[in-house]
Design a protein around this ligand. Structure first.
Ligand code: GP9
Ligand code: MN
Length: 424
């Protein structure tokens, strides 16, 4: 059972060169709605889609093999997995169904160290039952839609630009009123599907001007596609983050603060949209055929693997970037970032990524599928897809499948039977 799991797997705390590097610093964690990694470094007509994130990923700590581990609770499951280092529940959504349980969270661990812990979001407070669950998680205050002036609305609520603009004086006030450091989660909103208001903030041309038989023609390419809307919206979020960082800096709020940014889950853009983006031929205004030597194959596995999201840890004083390519999931955040802040959760099922070898990284998904540096294992079809060349040991898959099933079961039991309270 669960208590046996913890006694058999009790991880002795191992310090490494990252232990405590951010101890006592403020943290602002930006929960970036539907931000996927494939946009990082992309350019159209000489313009970067994510100029700000490109800078942050190349100067800060960039985890480029990072996955969300969500169930039906999407955004809220990411908040939960990040905070607790447990996987989401198999029965219902933790935020909605198990908001009374006790969990050890990064929020209450930091609170115990004297941090003031808050969250901000431009949607109504009861969405995903956040109003209740954020208090349970240990936040001192949740600034939801009613705490902001609603002067611009896109999609589900307050626009990201306005949200971030208003957040800065609020953070300033917090910084002046608290005696210790603070930890804040800022949950973005505008990049939520289906990006229907995109024309109001679009600054990215995804069309192509091409010369066909001596004539200049205009191809709209991605401009009116779902993928295009997404890219334009991501570009907008990137601008909003740039403004936020610069406003924070003007107020002197970056000097002792670490910025964390994570994509909360993939944007659910259909595979066909990727095929089109990668294989469009502007000359013929059609898709390249799969027989063509320039055809870029995008398989079902490529599609699964493209659900990767960025995880960035950045502070103003960082200049030479570090890229960490160990496979990791949202449940590894608390052990990894926690080590840097010097907090520890003995119930964490994730790992401190700075303390393991690349081959020991594993991302377990809700359905028992997983990703390592060598394979993507699909638990539904029982298929193993090789990510890197080489031969697998005989028990490579069976061992990891067993591990995946185990941590899914342990998480689920903790959630459904409220076990932390009983184990502690
Ligand atoms: C809503 C936002 C979106 O407030 O966090 O939730 P999602 O649909 O991504 O789970
Ligand atoms: Mn979300």
């Amino acid at each position: 059972d669960v208590s046996d799991y913890y006694s058999e797997n009790s991880k002795s705390l191992k310090a490494n060169e990252y232990t405590g590097i951010f101890e006592g610093k403020n943290v602002i964690a930006i929960h970036a709605e539907s931000l996927q990694t494939f946009v990082i470094g992309m350019e159209f007509n000489g313009k970067e889609v994510t100029p700000t994130l490109n800078k942050l990923t190349s100067s800060g700590m960039y985890f480029n093999n990072f996955y969300a581990q969500v169930g039906v609770g999407t955004s809220s499951d990411t908040e939960f997995t990040y905070a607790t280092s447990l996987l989401p529940s198999n029965n219902g959504t933790v935020f909605v169904n198990y908001y009374n349980d006790r969990f050890v969270t990064i929020q209450n661990l930091l609170k115990n160290k004297g941090y003031y812990v808050f969250s901000m979001h431009g949607n109504v407070g009861d969405f995903w039952n956040r109003e209740t669950m954020h208090m349970n998680m240990g936040y001192d205050k949740f600034y939801s839609k009613s705490s902001f002036i609603i002067d611009e609305e896109y999609g589900l609520g307050l626009s990201d630009e306005s949200f971030f603009r208003q957040a800065v004086p609020m953070i300033k006030e917090i910084s002046e009123n608290v005696s210790g450091p603070y930890y804040g989660t800022l949950i973005t909103l505008t990049n939520h599907t289906p990006w229907k208001d995109v024309n109001a903030y679009d600054e990215l041309d995804l069309g192509i001007d091409v010369n066909v038989d001596g004539e200049e023609v205009r191809r709209e390419y991605l401009n009116n596609t779902m993928m295009g809307k997404y890219l334009k919206s991501v570009n907008y979020m990137d601008r909003s983050i740039a403004n936020f960082i610069s406003d924070m800096d003007k107020e002197g709020l970056l000097d002792n603060t670490v910025i964390v940014i994570y994509g909360d889950h993939d944007a659910r853009i259909p595979k066909k949209q990727f095929d089109y983006m990668y294989n469009y031929d502007p000359i013929t205004d059609t898709m390249i055929s799969s027989e063509d030597e320039n055809y870029k194959e995008f398989t079902n596995y490529d599609y699964e693997l493209s659900k990767i999201v960025p995880f960035i840890i950045w502070s103003k004083d960082m200049d030479k970037g570090t890229t960490i390519n160990t496979p990791m999931g949202m449940i590894d955040v608390l052990p990894t970032l926690g080590n840097m802040l010097n907090v520890y959760n003995k119930y964490a099922l994730g790992k401190d990524i700075m303390g393991i070898k690349k081959e020991d990284g594993i991302v377990v998904f809700k359905d028992g599928s997983y990703i390592t540096d060598k394979v993507y294992f699909n638990a539904k079809t029982n298929e193993t897809y090789m990510i890197s060349n080489g031969i697998l040991e005989n028990d490579y898959i069976s061992k990891r499948s067993e591990y995946a099933d185990k941590i899914i079961e342990v998480s689920n039991n903790i959630i459904v039977y409220d076990l932390i309270d009983k184990l502690d």
